[in-house]
Design a protein around this ligand. Structure first.
Ligand SMILES: [Zn+2]
Length: 292
């Protein structure tokens, strides 16, 4: 299952606590995932969890019972037509043109989260963090882009949007901001997963740089010390420091206790040669790398 699907699965199962957010989430799904033609609201999605969530929201809000229809190609459709659709659109403040996100729908912080969650369910995608950092949301309505940008900004997420074939695409490429967005929509497990992969990548990249650089010059001492400490903490969190051979534990502890010391200074503290300490440190880095 793709990372984006995991996020959708997680947030589509969140408890619906407040009626205000139930409505706001439905607004998000409709504005970003559905189409409104006159008195028809219709969503086509490849994600069963999104179609089911839309049905749950409709039932909870309006006591309207419906089920997704599945096409042979695996697309789920939920549609509401006629007087019901008009009534619901009015209640969601989506009945008038141009379409905007009404203040009433987005005023409370809980509802801002809910709109963003609905938007992600409706059209969101996010790369597997192992491959890269890119999250995007697509809407057909230019008039609500600014309202939505304000919601993202409220969560500290700066986004850009571009016009792509008549649709408006919000995209976020900063890993910290993707993390903040996932937290804002309530995808806490996947946010943790995202953070873990990100840390592992950082450790792997940093140790690679250091392992490949045999002679770290003096100017690089501080950076090297930080990377070494990071690698050591990574080993500790994965398998426990004590599972290393004793001579490596000694050097690892020494580094953690002397965050800024050069390799020469560390060597002096335990009466070893600098190249001896270097040799042990390289082994530690190699182990850290293998654990990512
Ligand atoms: Zn709310």
């Amino acid at each position: 299952m793709s990372f984006a699907s995991k996020v959708k699965n997680e947030v589509s199962k969140l408890e619906l606590e407040e009626i205000c957010c139930t409505r706001s989430e439905l607004v998000g799904i409709i504005c970003f995932g559905a189409q409104i033609f006159g008195d028809i609201i219709k969503i086509n999605t490849e994600h069963e969890c999104v179609a089911m969530r839309m049905c749950t929201l409709l039932e909870r809000l309006y006591n309207y019972k419906t089920e997704p229809a599945k096409s042979p190609s695996g697309i789920y459709t939920v549609a509401v037509c006629g007087a019901d659709a008009l009534k619901f659109l009015r209640d969601m403040r989506l009945a008038s043109v141009p379409i905007r996100l009404d203040d009433e729908i987005i005023r409370r912080p809980c509802c801002k989260s809910a709109v963003a969650r609905g938007a992600f369910l409706g059209s969101g995608s996010v790369s597997d963090p192992e491959k890269g950092y890119h999250l995007e949301l697509v809407t057909g309505y230019y008039t609500l882009c600014k309202d939505f940008a304000n919601i993202l900004e409220y969560f500290g997420v700066g986004s850009k949007f571009i016009n792509r074939k008549g649709n408006y695409v919000f995209y976020i490429k900063d890993s910290q901001q993707i993390q903040d967005f996932l937290a804002a929509i309530g995808a806490h497990s996947q946010m943790m997963e995202f953070v873990n992969v990100k840390i592992e990548k950082e450790v792997r990249n940093a140790t690679n740089r250091l392992v490949n650089c045999e002679t770290a010059n003096a100017g690089k001492t501080a950076e090297a010390a930080v990377i070494q400490a990071m690698a050591i903490r990574h080993i500790d969190s994965k398998i426990g420091l004590e599972s290393l051979p004793p001579q490596l534990v000694e050097v690892a502890r020494l580094r953690l206790e002397n965050a800024e010391a050069s390799m020469g200074e560390l060597a002096a503290k335990i009466g070893m040669t600098k190249s001896g300490v270097n040799h042990r440190m390289r082994k530690i880095l190699k182990i850290a790398k293998e654990l990512t």
